[in-house]
Design a protein around this ligand. Structure first.
Ligand code: ADP
Ligand code: MG
Length: 475
């Protein structure tokens, strides 16, 4: 009997369209009223429910636990990489030589540093490590490690509440509540920011959130702002990088002043994409100013660079992650690495793997140094790219093994409509870190994200329209 309680949703919904309709109406109503919403696609003046899975997605408990358990080690790894100027420069110089965006970030990293590091040694990391479970083995393999603007923590926490509501009210005979893990990301993200702010020794503090113009995902961000105010009485100001450049001032001690406030913490929800640097110099100067200040940054430009795909690939080279973390911890981290290859050389290893990828493009993905979804190269495009790009062009990209997660039946809700089909999951683990290179003030997992998409969809972004927010059902 206990086993049957873990039935995947379609077992419940098959042949019961009335139940599916009831749950759909309930889910959209609950989501809209409790803030599982995004701004509309065009004007950003009205809201619509975010794309969501109707019922939780089955995830093996052992896999879930292992991703949660490794989170503090990935945090520490990011911190150590960010402070290693030689590694950062050596690893990223070839990508920077053919990618202007990476070059600008690297310039800011080097310009803002004094001999012993950045002006403010304390960094706040709100990282999210993303995984897919290899279909044949169930082993979680890391898709990427997000060190800047890792989004959807708040909405994801609310989706867990939504599913708990739907199940408790309508499906309690089918599920065991303890298989729906709590997700306290709203509290976790906000209290990490508040902890960092406490380490900033000034009065009249504020937090600044760096936002893009015309943000669609503002509700996910505002939930942090309200929690910071309600629980910690910390005001958060939303500003673009151009506005920082124009209106924030550095005093003679490099403290950042904005209006009547001392800026204690700067939390980036923009700055990871070239589209956030429309007026070029203004935004880059704003970013430099932040990195030259005493404000605690989430992330510092060093953390941002540590999250580059090129760094992820470099870490997989023999001995590299072990060099940062020691053999034991290095080995634990390496267990989560998929196959990764650099493309900046023309040696035998590189030409062999390129030939393999051209022969079976569906087993690989090519990735540029970009964040935010929709940038990767797949299938026929991958074949064309690898066949024709020069070594210099290639060097801004990495090649990665395509992870093939198992599928399951699910119903996804988007813009008020439901659609059923075979789906795949991508799981993200949020973790907070505060450290100054010597002392660790905080290092813990703070929440999770499940994104579900129809099988056969290459990309996985929610804002970019590929995936839906979901919650885990531990099986
Ligand atoms: P971004 O920084 O744009 O989010 P990602 O590396 O996360 O870049 O890739 C975007 C999406 O592409 C992921 O969310 C995932 O759905 C898919 N993806 C990326 N890498 C792989 C991979 N190695 N195997 C399978 N799918 C992948
Ligand atoms: Mg991603």
């Amino acid at each position: 009997m206990a086993e049957e309680k873990n039935n995947a949703p379609p077992d419940i919904l098959t042949n019961d369209k009335t139940l599916e309709q009831l749950l759909t109406t309930e889910a959209i109503s609950w989501a809209t009223i409790h803030g599982v919403i995004m701004m509309d696609d065009t004007e950003r003046t009205t809201t619509i429910h975010a794309p969501i899975g109707l019922l939780p997605a089955p995830i093996p408990k052992t896999s879930f636990d292992s991703m949660v358990a490794i989170a503090p080690l990935f945090n520490l790894l990011v911190d150590r990489i960010s402070r290693d100027a030689k590694f950062i420069n050596d690893t990223l110089s070839s990508a920077a030589s053919s990618d202007e965006f990476t070059k600008n970030l690297l310039n800011i990293y080097n310009t803002a540093r004094n001999e012993d590091g950045p002006t403010q040694p304390i960094c706040l990391g709100l990282n999210r490590s993303d995984y897919m479970l290899q279909g044949s083995t169930g082993v979680p393999l890391q898709v990427e490690l997000n060190t800047i603007a890792a989004s959807f923590g708040c909405l994801s926490a609310r989706v867990t509440q939504l599913h708990k509501y739907l199940i408790a009210r309508h499906l309690s005979e089918h599920y065991k509540m303890e298989n729906l893990p709590d997700n306290n990301a709203i509290v976790g993200l906000s209290s990490a920011i508040a902890t960092a702010a406490k380490l900033y020794n000034k009065t009249n503090k504020c937090i600044v959130m760096i936002i893009p113009e015309n943000e669609r995902n503002a509700p996910d961000q505002r939930l942090i702002e309200y929690e910071l105010w309600e629980t910690h009485r910390l005001p958060m100001l939303r500003r673009t990088l151009a506005e920082i450049n124009e209106n924030a001032k550095l005093d003679s001690d490099k403290n950042l002043l904005l209006e009547e406030y001392n800026v204690a913490v700067v939390y980036f929800r923009a700055g990871y994409s070239p589209v956030h640097y429309k007026e070029e110099r203004k935004e880059w100067d704003g970013l430099l100013k932040l990195n030259q200040s005493t404000s605690i940054l989430c992330p510092s430009v060093g953390y941002h660079l540590a999250g580059c795909k090129k760094v992820q690939q470099a870490l997989s080279a023999e001995g590299c992650v072990e060099g940062f973390m020691g053999d034991d911890d290095g080995k634990k981290l390496r267990a989560f690495f998929a196959g990764l290859w650099g493309l900046e050389k023309n040696d035998e290893l590189t030409t062999t793997v390129i030939a393999k990828a051209i022969a079976s493009p569906d087993d690989y993905v090519v990735k540029p140094q970009r964040e935010g979804g929709g940038n990767n190269v797949w299938g026929e495009d991958l074949k064309k790219f690898l066949s024709s790009a020069s070594v210099k062009e290639r060097s801004a990209y990495i090649l990665m093994e395509r992870i093939k997660p198992g599928n399951f039946d699910a119903v996804l809700l988007r813009e008020g409509k439901s659609k059923a089909g075979k789906c795949e999951n991508e799981i993200g683990i949020y973790a907070a870190y505060i450290g100054d290179g010597q002392k660790e003030y905080l290092n813990q997992q703070i929440g999770h994200l499940v994104r579900t998409k129809f099988e056969g969809t290459d990309e996985g972004g929610v804002c970019s329209g590929f995936a839906c927010l979901n919650s885990p059902l531990l099986v």
